[in-house]
Structure formats: structure tokens, C-alpha cells
Design a protein around this ligand. Structure first.
Ligand code: IMP
Ligand code: MG
Length: 179
């Protein structure tokens, strides 16, 4: 079995998207944060590992960082409706400005579940930032407040994205064609 890969977004293009997202996020939160307030950044593991590390260094406002790891039951590249928590947040969202970071929104089911849980905790605000979105695959509507780029329905790997846990460490995002 040979995997064919084509560069879809280069490391340079990704860096530019991160810079733009960071600037927008910084400008917006500077308007809404009151003195002494900070943003609780929720990073979705494992995929958003590199995205969050790069983006966060472009965010010039006080932050606190927490991690969550979710999995949806289902086989292969399709996610089912059921989401379970593999690692929960350690910081309560109550009264916080919460900014969720995900590297890609696909069906929207995982984020719908996560955002629902966070909202139930009565945060002061909740926003979502995603590097990529595949709108053609959406099953549940999820509002992406900060989006890097829309992408076609291709299976992508690299920059945190995996295929069976492989390829996460590629610097570029590549389209994977399995033969
Ligand atoms: P959703 O619940 O279907 O939106 O799934 C979201 C998660 O599935 C993403 O955060 C990724 O971890 C994973 N995912 C979605 N599309 C891709 C892809 O093209 N390559 C690798 N992982 C993906
Ligand atoms: Mg993810």
C-alpha cells in the first residue's frame, strides 16, 4: 500500500494564515476584555498541537491555556454522532472568555459537543477559531468566528492532522490519496 501526498498548504502559507488570525483575535479581544481579564484558550488535542503553538504566539492578550481530547466513535475517516471525552478540561469555563482552537472542522459533531459542554458551564463568551473548514462535509452547523481557510473535501495530513496517527509532524498540510 503506497500513500500519495500532494502539498495542499505549504508551511509558509500556514504561517501567513496564523499571523492573520492572531492579529484579528488580538484586535477583537482587546475591545472586549476588561482590565484584569484573560482569555481561556481551549486546545483540542491532538490535531491542534502545532496550530495552537504557532497561533498563540501571535495572540497579544493575556491567556490561560487548557487542553481537551475528544474522540467520536466510528470507523475510518467518518465520525459518528457519539463523542466521548478522553481528556477533560482542567479549568472551569464559568465566567471566562473561552476561545476554542481546532485545526479543522469537518462534520462539526465534535465541536458541537464541545461547545455545548462549555456553554453549559456559563462562560462570559465563547468563540471558535479553526485553521481549516470543510463546509461540504458539515452535518451540524457550527459557527466559526475565526477561520483560516475553507478547503475542499480532501483527506488532509500534516501540521497536526493524521491518518491513523501518522504524518502529524509534516510541516506542510498535504492531501493524502491512499492506493
Ligand atoms: P468532526 O467532528 O467531523 O468535525 O471532526 C473533527 C476532527 O476530525 C478534526 O478536529 C480532526 O481531528 C479530524 N479530521 C477531520 N478532517 C480531517 C482530515 O482531513 N484529516 C485528518 N483529520 C481530520
Ligand atoms: Mg481536531
Amino acid at each position: 500500500m503506497a500513500d500519495t501526498m500532494r502539498t495542499y498548504l505549504s508551511a509558509k502559507e500556514i504561517a501567513e494564515l496564523n499571523r492573520q488570525l492572531g492579529e484579528r483575535i488580538t484586535a477583537d479581544y482587546k475591545k472586549i476584555l476588561e482590565p484584569g481579564e484573560e482569555v481561556l484558550v481551549v486546545v483540542t488535542l491532538k490535531g491542534a498541537l502545532f496550530f495552537s503553538a504557532d497561533l498563540l504566539r501571535h495572540i497579544q492578550i493575556p491567556t490561560r491555556i487548557d487542553f481537551v481530547r475528544l474522540a467520536s466513535y466510528g470507523s475510518g475517516t467518518k465520525s459518528s454522532g457519539t463523542v466521548r471525552i478522553l481528556k477533560d478540561l482542567e479549568t472551569p469555563s464559568v465566567g471566562q472568555h473561552v476561545l476554542v482552537l481546532d485545526e479543522i472542522v469537518d462534520s462539526g459533531r465534535t465541536l458541537d459537543f464541545l461547545l455545548g459542554r462549555i456553554r453549559a458551564d456559563r462562560p462570559k463568551s465563547v468563540r471558535l477559531c479553526a485553521l481549516l473548514s470543510k463546509p461540504s462535509r458539515r452535518e451540524v452547523q457550527v459557527a466559526v468566528d475565526y477561520l483560516g481557510r475553507e478547503v475542499e473535501d480532501k483527506f488532509l495530513v500534516g501540521y497536526g492532522l493524521d491518518f491513523n496517527e501518522r504524518y502529524r509532524n509534516l510541516a506542510d498540510i498535504c492531501a493524502l490519496e491512499t492506493k
